[in-house]
Design a protein around this ligand. Structure first.
Ligand SMILES: [Zn+2]
Length: 491
């Protein structure tokens, strides 16, 4: 692939706001209910029914906007976006158009290119400009599978019609599929951490679309763009963008022409296909929604929301890197979930300040146990203070790291403290040099042949002696001291 090309990507993310009821009526937003159970004259679009704005959606929209660095407008206008589709009973969607809820965001994210195996190299900061975040209602859903006579009928479930969404649109700032990938993950974590959205792509409460084009490096005009839809996971989005970039470059280099169109990602075939061309594009004939007054928010409202936000995952990962000396990937893993980040900070404190030790134990041992049990950090049977206490026992050479692993597994299974298990099992590590010397002498005396070979230059036998000593001490001897003393004695 020629690298004289530049990729241009802009993203649209639709996030479902975590309200209990819909944005313009009191129907439930619960996922998985009987089809059409949660509907009323408003969300069915019956004549004469009037929408009433759910203020909780505004609060959550504001949390989302501030978490992504946007400015909230004091006044925004709801508008009708007109189009006909079976899952849209009103014939229009209530959205926002020229006066959106919030605009002009700048968001700092971390991004890295990946190698063939998907490993990230060299994380670096990137600033993304977010054009706007506006509030709107979702449409219903056409169902074409799993019901009788689907070859003859289409089914419509309107439970989702009227569910509140925040649509988040960026400037065309991304230059690679991985930048787009890292942005969507950042947005997901930020929305989750402020409680604005569950942002779960599997449940469809976070969806994204990508606008992709390429141009020769140095050119300023944009190339023909393609809109990608049906991207059901962040990984699918990344793969679809990558596929499109290659298709564009191949087409242009062989003298072909591109058409502006909307394409869908087919993960089974690992390719995109045309959904509709520009000629079929909608003219939405937006106009202000006559049934809703302008949405007005005060400075006090914005300030109250702002002061109630927790520390966001991005800045928190940065702080973990600076004050705990963690690598970016370790820090972002530990801040990916708020309860895990809180757990980590408490464990560091309880360990007496061993930030790296606590990070290693959580990342390698605790997370494995949690994952196995299907638990999050706040439900861990091993409290953060106890994990810290375990790290401390190892730091103080009371037990070895190897013993520590067994102790953690037992703590997890029984809920007992590290101290209690160490005592019960008689695990205390022997660091008394006199006692260790005695065991070393015995082992050396019992293996005269090995000693002779070692002194003759076969240094690999050192490991043999360590093994014998650890065995003779039933694993209790402090390996660090064993190594030091043994070197001394074998001279
Ligand atoms: Zn309703």
């Amino acid at each position: 692939m020629s690298n004289s090309w530049e990729t241009i990507i802009g993203l649209e993310v639709h996030a479902q706001l975590s309200t209990e009821s819909k944005i313009f009526c009191s129907c439930s937003t619960r996922f998985g209910d009987e089809p059409n159970a949660n509907t009323c004259p408003v969300c069915l679009g019956l004549p004469g029914a009037l929408p009433v704005l759910n203020w909780r959606a505004v609060e959550l929209g504001a949390r989302a906007a501030l978490a992504l660095g946007l400015r909230i407008n004091h006044q925004s206008i709801f508008a009708r976006k007109n189009y006909f589709y079976p899952d849209l009973p009103k014939g229009y969607q209530i959205s926002q158009y020229d006066r959106p809820f919030s605009a002009d965001g700048t968001l700092e994210i971390m991004t890295a290119e990946r190698d063939e195996a998907g490993h990230a190299h060299e994380w670096k900061p990137m600033t993304v400009r977010i054009t706007r975040l506006h509030l709107e209602e979702d449409a219903g859903k056409n169902v074409h599978e799993g019901l009788p006579d689907v070859d003859r009928y289409s089914y419509i479930d309107l439970n989702r019609a009227g569910v509140p969404l925040a649509e988040i649109v960026t400037e065309p700032d991304f230059r690679s599929s991985w930048e787009a990938y890292d942005y969507v993950n950042h947005v997901r974590r930020a929305l989750q951490s402020v409680g604005a959205s569950d942002a779960d792509m599997e449940k469809g409460n976070l969806r994204c679309e990508a606008n992709v084009s390429v141009r020769r490096k140095g050119e300023t005009a944009f190339g023909t763009k393609v809109e990608l839809k049906n991207l059901n996971s962040v990984r699918f989005m990344q793969k679809a963008v990558e596929f499109e970039v290659e298709r564009h470059i191949k087409t242009l280099e062989s003298g072909g022409r591109l058409t502006q169109e909307t394409r869908l990602w087919d993960d089974r075939l690992s390719e995109t296909r045309v959904m509709r061309s520009k000629e079929e594009a909608h003219d939405y004939r937006y106009f202000p929604e006559p049934d809703l007054p302008p949405l007005v928010v005060t400075d006090e409202f914005i300030a109250t929301i702002g002061s109630s936000l927790p520390e966001l995952p991005g800045p928190r990962a940065k702080r973990f890197g600076e004050s705990y000396g963690l690598s970016f990937s370790d820090a972002s893993q530990l801040t990916s979930d708020r309860s895990l980040a809180d757990y980590y900070e408490q464990a560091v404190e309880a360990s007496g300040g061993n930030a790296r030790g606590a990070a290693n134990w959580i990342r390698s041992e605790l997370l494995r146990e949690l994952e196995h049990a299907g638990l999050t950090a706040d439900k861990s049977p091993v409290p953060a203070d106890e994990l810290g206490a375990l790290v401390r026992l190892i730091d103080e050479d009371k037990i070895s790291g190897k013993q520590g692993k067994d102790v953690l597994v037992e703590m997890f299974a029984t809920g007992k403290s590290a101290g209690a298990i160490v005592e019960e099992r008689g695990l205390v590590q022997v660091s008394d040099t006199g006692e260790i010397d005695r065991v070393i002498d015995e082992v050396i005396a019992a293996n005269p042949n090995q000693l002779e070979h070692y002194r003759a230059g076969k240094e690999t036998l050192f490991g043999f002696f360590v093994g014998q000593i650890m065995k003779a001490s039933k694993g209790k001897a402090n390996p660090k001291i064993v190594n030091e003393r043994l070197k001394e004695k074998l001279k």
